[in-house]
Each structure stands twice: as structure tokens, then as C-alpha cells.
Write a protein that binds this ligand. Structure first.
Ligand SMILES: Nc1nc2c(c(=O)[nH]1)N[C@H]1C(S)=C(S)[C@@H](COP(=O)(O)OP(=O)(O)OC[C@H]3O[C@@H](n4cnc5c(=O)[nH]c(N)nc54)[C@H](O)[C@@H]3O)O[C@H]1N2
Ligand SMILES: Nc1nc2c(c(=O)[nH]1)N[C@H]1C(S)=C(S)[C@@H](COP(=O)(O)OP(=O)(O)OC[C@H]3O[C@@H](n4cnc5c(=O)[nH]c(N)nc54)[C@H](O)[C@@H]3O)O[C@H]1N2
Ligand code: SF4
Ligand SMILES: [Mo]
Length: 748
């Protein structure tokens, strides 16, 4: 038996866990137990407990797959053949259409080493500007706001344990009771010590139920609410004038802006009562220490950056930032959502959270990489913009996707599927045949978390180690070794390593002097210290659990206020689409569902797409709990099971995005600063449906769109998977995939 201490493969909490593996049985994990790590203290959620089930799962991809011709089936292939096809396509495309015709899409689940290598691969091996990643769909709005105010974006500027010391905790658009259940220990400890919690959510979530105050605004009106709270704080003399004077700039413009947000007006805009607003301000200002945390509910809007900014302004005006157990933070979501946004898989970024358009940053990183700074491409397009142009003139024609299932998780799926299909070559690296992999021309099987080494940076900015407990099965390789081999074949292999430790050593040097400075972090220190918080510029530097005590990494050392004004969501209800659709998560499914839909216990608990709506709204449309309903937006229609819940606003419908279908409906309108799509608010209509038939299928006419204008035809996906792949040797069982697809089409 071997015992390995590592962390959960899923979310940014990165709960510590111990794996016991049987060396005699090819490293089969026989026991998984929670560890006493500071974030989870012996707790795990249902996803963490069952994570090992996927290691030996029968759906696991075990060999590469290739599709010989568009429309033909996928069949097993050797690595040599698969990588040969990719290299040939890259060469051909770059010769004919230029370097930027080849690009990559990464993910916040990749280790730091892999995210760093992917960014470097695109800039150094492909010499292309076309790279971005799914974090753009996650916390980019809060990141943008934090960068412009604080000069740094580290989700939580303090350890999670500090949450227990806050006496007032405000959670805006965050549902940690479902999204990060073990984190609730820290909230509960706070409440036991007398803390008051305020939750801002259009739904009465499990998190809201335990709170002292639940404010239930109309989706997309958080900015008005935050400005309204600041208006009250100013009027009642509750702002911290000394802090504002000594440590910030720009407050006058904000003060002027919030005069227009008087309580009655904000009550009309948001639906939150004046009494609740006043109580909320009183608590934040006087029952200290106080913290304000935002998550996707506030941030995933076409004005998400300004909304995060409004909450940040409030925290600054109350003088919370940089004081013990106080402050503003955003709750990062994906396993390495923090590290994944620091080391260069963003279109405009170099490692260490450096800017690709900064000459000094280019010179430094080029020096570490051993290339000429002029060889580095310029910043490319953000995630949705890059995806939206796939296969179009000037757009990417050969795309590598690592660790994202965009066919399900990107907004406006019908458009996304059409763009993915128009590529000359789509390459997807995954553990399973995700909906995106099923569309690929080449599928590469990759190692899972317990089969690889690397580092992750959790929601607190704590760099931790992922450790290998067993070897990958079959012919599976790690993403690092695939990128290295592709670079070899492209004649640039001398710049790359496939050894995580070596890559980390290089990352340390590349990040040195940057905002996210890892120079002083070593694998050994991580082992000894329960992880190390960046910035950590030297090996004798203790790391930085708490930021902003002495200043801000801005030019003048002060935090910057930014004036922000309410704007309506890009789409508001009208007669044809009379309600607001918002989307999010369930406790027992993860993201696009590739992983958790394959775990028996999780699948049984949350087996099908569902929509949560108020019983009054349901009655108005003759819908009973458990009925199938059809949701329609300007982009398409999808069928789901109705769940009636009096806790949701009667004008709002909530749908999780863990199945194909929800994103057929969502609005790809982008935030002008972060390029975040409006996942959390669009206009929707609802009606009873006879059954799941054609669920997730866009019915253009039903949506009032010219026929053929929008089709998200996930149903076609199964035709693209060949028989050969179904054989055990191929490592993919078609039956399961097919039944999933059937379900999306309605069990035809
Ligand atoms: N079980 C599970 N856990 C996860 C994940 C998962 O997929 N499943 N994903 C991980 C990732 S990547 C992320 S980013 C995090 C996300 O974690 P959260 O942000 O907590 O999760 P969401 O459900 O997306 O959104 C939170 C809440 O926002 C509310 N909301 C919707 N619209 C609005 C609005 O306009 N204003 C306000 N104030 N609230 C609104 C929703 O009702 C929802 O309850 O979770 C992580 N943890
Ligand atoms: N409507 C709506 N849409 C949303 C959201 C929402 O709230 N509402 N939330 C958005 C948010 S916050 C996020 S983070 C995105 C997430 O959406 P996605 O980017 O699709 O994230 P996952 O479903 O986690 O996809 C990760 C894929 O990579 C695979 N994988 C896991 N680890 C590895 C690895 O190490 N290497 C490789 N090559 N593959 C790996 C998994 O099997 C899975 O198929 O969705 C966004 N989409
Ligand atoms: S809360 Fe997140 S990290 Fe912890 S066990 Fe659940 S999914 Fe894993
Ligand atoms: Mo996320």
C-alpha cells in the first residue's frame, strides 16, 4: 500500500485528501479520505468523496482517436499517427493562413505547470497570439475590477479561515453551501461566535437559508444595490473618511455617482426593501470586522466588472480593505482558477501575471525562455471572441482544447457548435469523450489528477501540490508530455520540458518580479508549510497570506475607486420573453458534467436537466412540480424538468448548466472590460412540454427566429463516433455516451 497526500480534482477550495493505493493492483485506489488541511479540516463534499471512481472508469479514454474525414467516425489511433495529423495540420494552416490561424483554449483546471506550458507553447512553438481559456467565463469580471483598484487580482486577499473571524459577512451571488460545502465550517464557526451573515441571491439557497439577512434582488441589479448601500453609508456618516483620505484615490467621483441611488429608487430597481438595505449598511459599518465576498452571481453579467467594482467601492469606502479579518474578495471557482489566470494562458498575459504588451515584461520572459522578445506575439482575442471567429476569415482554423468542454459550457451553444464544426482541425485533450471531444478530429487521452505531479493555486492564493498516487492507464499521457512532443515535432522542442518540477523551476524564474511572484516557492516548502501564499519573491520570504496591510501594488500605493453606474442587463423581459433566466450550479454536479455525470452516486442524485421556478409562476403556465418544461430565449429552446420552489423570485427561473441545453439559451453579450458573457441574466419564456423529447435541441421556430438560424444539434454528435471506438480496446464505451446524448435528445 502507498499513501499519498493530495487535493481534490474539482473546485478551487482544493480540499486536502489522502489516497491509499494498492501497488500490487496497478495502483488502484482502495481508500480516499479527507485530510486535515486548513481549508477543509477533515471535510469533503460528495464530489470529493467519489472522485476516485473516475480513475478506473470504464468510459476512460485510453488511446488517441482520429477522424479521417469530416463527418466520418472517430477511430482509435497510435500516438504517432495522432500527433502526426496534428503537426501536419498546424504546418499546413500556418503556411496558408498565417501563424494566428492555429490557437489553443485552456482551462482553470490545469496545474500551474500545464497552464504555463500551454501559454508558452502557443507563443514559442506556434508563435501564435491565439490563446485564451475558460476563466474568461468564470471570474474575469472580479479579476478586472480588482486589478484596476488594487493593482493585483488574488481572489481572496486573506486565508479562508479569516472568514470565521468576521462579525459581518456579506455574500453576493455566492452559494458556497452547494459550491464549496466544506467551506461552510468556517462560516458556521463565525456564526457560532455571533457573526451576522447577509446573502444576496435571487434564490433562497442553502446558503441564504442559514443567513441572518437574505436580500433577493432581481438578477442583474447588484450594482444598483451596492451603490444604494454606499448612498446610505455616505448619508449616515458611516464611511471611513480617514481611510479614504490616506489610502485611496478617486472617491469624490464615486460619492457624486451614488447620490443618485436613494433607497426608494434602489428598492424599485432591485426589489430589496429599504429596511433591509439600512440594516445591511448598519451591520457592515458597525458590527466589525466586516467582509464582502462576491461570486459568479454578481459577476457573470454584461456589466460584471462594474458590478464587482461597486461592491469593491463599498468595501473601500467603509475602510475594510487591508484590515485584519476584513476586506473584499471574490470566490474563485475552478481547481486552479487562481493559478490558471496568472501564468500566461490568457490572451494578454505572460507568466507572473505580467502583461504581454509591457516591453519590460516581454524582455524578462523572453530572457527566461531563451528567445528574442520580438519573437513574442502581440495580445490575441479573448475567449468568446476567439471562439466566435473560429473557421472564419482571419480566425483560428486549427484549435487545441485542453481541459474545457466548451460545447456545453460556452454561451449560445448553437453558435458554438457551428463554429467548432467549421474548423479545419479540432484537437481535444480530455479524460473522457466530452461533448466537445465528440466533435473533435483528434482526441487525446490525458492523465487525471491522481496520476500526475504539479502545483495548484487555490482560492486563497495558496500554492499547493498535487501528487501522483498511481500511473495513468493504457497509453494515456500527460498534457505536459504531449505539448513537449508536439513542440519537438515542430522543431521547437529545445524550449520545453515534460517534467513538472523542471517546469515549476522555470515558472518561478519567469514569474520573478511579477505581480504573482512565485520565485521563492519550492516543492519542498509547499510540503513543509501546508502550501505557500504568493507573492513570495525569495526562498527566505514567508509568503503573503494577507495582502494590503501596508499598501497596494499600484503606482502610488493607493487603492483606486472607480465610478460605476447601473446599466440594465443586455436583455430584459418583454412580452415575448417575460421572465429572467439565471444559471448556476447544483451541489452534486460539476461544471459541464463530463466528470460528475459519470459518477453513479452523483448522477443518481442529479440525473437530468432541471429548471427551478416559483410555484406561482408554474401555476400561471399550468406547470406542476416534476413536469417537463420548455424554456425559450432569442437563441433557442431547451427542455428540462420543472422544480417548483417558493424560494426563487416569481419573475426568475434558475437552470444549472451541467447538461447540454442551458447554454443553448444564454446570452453571449460580453462585458466591455472583462469580456465575460451574460450567463446570469437573459429574457426567457416558459411552457409545459410533453416530455424530454428534443430537449437541448434548438427549435428555431419556437424561439421566434427564422428557421435554420439557430440549431444546437447535440443529437448529431453520436453519429460522429465510430464503432471501432466502442470496442473495449478503444477505451470509450459508446453506449453510455449515447444514452447521455439520447437523454439530451429526449431518449429517442
Ligand atoms: N457543486 C459544484 N460546485 C462548484 C462548481 C460546480 O460546477 N458544481 N463549480 C465551481 C466553479 S468553476 C465556480 S465558478 C464556483 C461558482 O460558485 P457560485 O458563484 O457560488 O455558484 P453559482 O451557482 O454559479 O452562482 C451563485 C449564486 O448566484 C445566484 N445569482 C444568479 N443571478 C444572480 C444575480 O444577478 N445577482 C446575485 N446576487 N446572485 C445571482 C444564483 O442563484 C446562485 O445561487 O463553484 C465552484 N464549485
Ligand atoms: N450557463 C452557464 N454557463 C457557464 C457558467 C454558468 O454559471 N452558467 N459558468 C462558467 C464557469 S464559472 C466555468 S469555470 C465554465 C466551466 O466549464 P468548462 O470549461 O467546460 O469546465 P469543465 O466542465 O470543468 O471542463 C473541463 C474538461 O476538461 C477535462 N479535464 C479535467 N482535467 C483535465 C486535465 O488536467 N487535462 C485535460 N486535458 N482535461 C481535463 C474534464 O473531463 C472536462 O471535460 O463554465 C462556464 N459556463
Ligand atoms: S468542496 Fe471542492 S475541493 Fe472540496 S471536496 Fe468538494 S469539489 Fe472537492
Ligand atoms: Mo468557474
Amino acid at each position: 500500500m502507498t499513501v499519498t497526500e493530495t487535493h481534490c480534482p474539482y473546485c478551487a477550495l482544493q480540499c486536502g485528501m489522502t489516497l491509499q493505493a494498492d501497488a500490487a493492483d496497478r495502483g488502484k485506489v482502495v481508500r480516499l479520505e479527507p485530510a486535515d488541511f486548513p481549508v477543509n479540516r477533515g471535510g469533503l463534499c460528495a464530489k470529493g468523496w467519489t472522485a476516485a471512481e473516475l480513475l478506473g472508469h470504464e468510459d476512460r479514454l485510453l488511446t488517441p482517436l482520429v477522424r479521417e474525414r469530416k463527418g466520418g467516425p472517430l477511430r482509435p489511433a497510435s500516438w504517432d499517427e495522432a500527433l502526426g495529423v496534428i503537426t501536419a495540420a498546424i504546418r499546413r494552416s500556418q503556411r496558408e493562413y498565417g501563424r494566428d490561424s492555429v490557437g489553443a483554449f485552456g482551462g482553470g483546471g490545469l496545474t500551474n505547470e500545464k497552464a504555463y506550458t500551454l501559454g508558452k507553447f502557443v507563443r514559442v512553438a506556434l508563435r501564435s497570439s491565439a490563446i485564451d481559456y475558460n476563466g474568461r467565463f468564470c471570474m474575469s469580471s472580479a479579476a478586472t475590477a480588482a486589478n484596476r483598484s488594487f493593482g493585483v487580482d488574488r481572489g481572496l486577499p486573506f486565508p479562508l479561515e479569516d472568514v470565521a473571524r468576521a462579525q459581518t459577512l456579506m455574500l453576493v451571488g455566492a452559494n458556497p453551501a452547494d459550491a464549496m460545502p466544506p467551506s461552510m465550517q468556517h462560516l458556521e464557526a463565525g456564526r457560532a461566535a455571533g457573526a451576522r451573515h447577509i446573502v444576496v441571491d435571487p434564490r433562497r439557497t442553502a446558503t441564504a437559508r442559514d443567513a441572518y439577512l437574505h436580500l433577493q434582488p432581481l438578477p442583474g441589479t447588484d450594482l444598483a444595490l451596492a451603490n444604494g448601500l454606499l448612498h446610505i453609508a455616505v448619508r449616515e456618516g458611516l464611511i471611513d473618511e480617514a481611510f479614504i483620505r490616506d489610502r485611496t484615490t478617486g472617491f469624490d467621483a464615486v460619492r457624486a455617482a451614488v447620490t443618485g441611488y436613494w433607497p426608494q429608487r434602489v428598492e424599485r430597481m432591485t426589489g430589496v426593501s429599504e429596511t433591509d438595505m439600512r440594516e445591511c449598511v448598519r451591520l457592515l459599518a458597525t458590527q466589525r470586522p466586516s467582509m464582502i465576498l462576491t461570486a459568479r452571481g454578481a459577476e457573470q453579467h454584461s456589466n460584471g466588472t462594474d458590478t464587482a467594482q461597486a461592491w469593491l467601492n463599498l468595501a473601500l469606502a467603509l475602510g475594510l480593505v487591508g484590515r485584519p479579518y476584513e476586506g473584499y474578495g471574490t470566490i474563485t471557482g475552478q481547481g486552479n482558477g487562481q493559478g490558471g489566470r496568472e501564468h500566461g494562458q490568457k490572451a494578454d498575459q505572460l507568466p507572473g501575471y505580467r502583461r504581454l504588451d509591457d516591453p519590460a515584461a516581454r524582455a524578462h520572459v523572453a530572457g527566461v525562455w531563451g528567445i528574442d522578445a520580438d519573437e513574442l506575439p502581440r495580445p490575441g482575442l479573448s475567449a468568446y471572441e476567439m471562439l466566435d471567429r473560429l473557421g472564419t476569415p482571419g480566425g483560428v482554423r486549427v484549435l487545441l482544447v485542453l481541459a474545457s468542454n466548451i460545447a456545453v459550457s460556452a454561451p449560445h451553444s448553437s453558435r458554438m457548435l457551428e463554429r467548432l464544426r467549421s474548423l479545419d482541425l479540432l484537437v481535444v485533450s480530455d479524460i473522457f469523450l466530452s461533448e466537445t471531444a465528440a466533435l473533435a478530429d483528434v482526441v487525446l487521452p490525458t492523465a487525471q489528477w491522481a496520476e500526475e505531479e504539479g502545483t495548484m493555486t487555490n482560492l486563497e492564493g495558496r500554492v499547493i501540490r498535487r501528487r501522483r498516487a498511481l500511473p495513468p492507464p493504457g497509453e494515456v499521457r500527460t498534457d505536459l508530455s504531449v505539448l513537449k512532443e508536439l513542440a519537438d515535432r515542430l522543431g521547437r522542442g529545445q524550449f520545453f520540458s515534460d517534467r513538472p518540477r523542471e517546469v515549476f523551476e522555470e515558472l518561478r524564474r519567469a514569474s520573478a518580479g511579477g505581480v504573482a511572484d512565485y520565485a521563492g516557492i519550492t516543492y519542498e516548502r509547499i510540503d513543509k508549510e501546508d502550501g505557500v501564499f504568493w507573492p513570495c519573491p525569495a526562498e527566505d520570504h514567508p509568503g503573503t497570506p494577507r495582502l494590503f496591510a501596508d499598501g497596494f501594488p499600484t503606482a502610488d500605493g493607493r487603492a483606486r475607486f472607480h465610478r460605476v453606474e447601473h446599466r440594465d442587463p443586455h436583455e430584459t423581459p418583454d412580452r415575448q420573453f417575460p421572465y429572467v433566466l439565471t444559471t448556476g450550479r447544483l451541489m452534486r454536479q460539476y461544471q459541464s458534467g463530463t466528470q460528475t455525470r459519470r459518477v453513479k452516486e452523483l448522477d443518481a442524485a442529479a440525473p437530468e436537466p432541471m429548471a427551478e421556478l416559483h410555484p406561482d409562476l408554474a401555476r400561471r403556465h399550468g406547470i406542476a412540480d416534476g413536469d417537463w418544461v420548455e424554456l425559450r430565449t432569442r437563441r433557442g429552446a431547451a427542455r428540462m424538468r420543472a422544480r417548483c420552489d417558493p424560494g426563487v423570485r416569481p419573475d426568475t427561473i434558475f437552470a444549472p448548466f451541467h447538461w447540454p441545453g442551458t447554454n443553448v439559451l444564454t446570452d453571449p453579450a460580453l462585458d466591455p472590460h472583462s469580456r465575460m458573457p451574460a450567463f446570469k441574466a437573459c429574457a426567457v419564456a416558459i411552457s409545459r412540454a410533453d416530455g424530454p423529447a428534443e430537449a437541448a435541441d434548438v427549435s428555431a421556430s419556437a424561439a421566434g427566429i427564422a428557421a435554420g438560424a439557430a440549431r444546437a444539434d447535440f443529437g448529431q454528435v453520436d453519429e460522429l463516433i465510430g464503432d471501432g471506438v466502442g470496442a473495449r480496446g478503444g477505451g470509450v464505451r459508446v453506449s453510455r455516451t449515447q444514452s447521455e446524448l439520447d437523454r439530451t435528445r429526449g431518449g429517442a
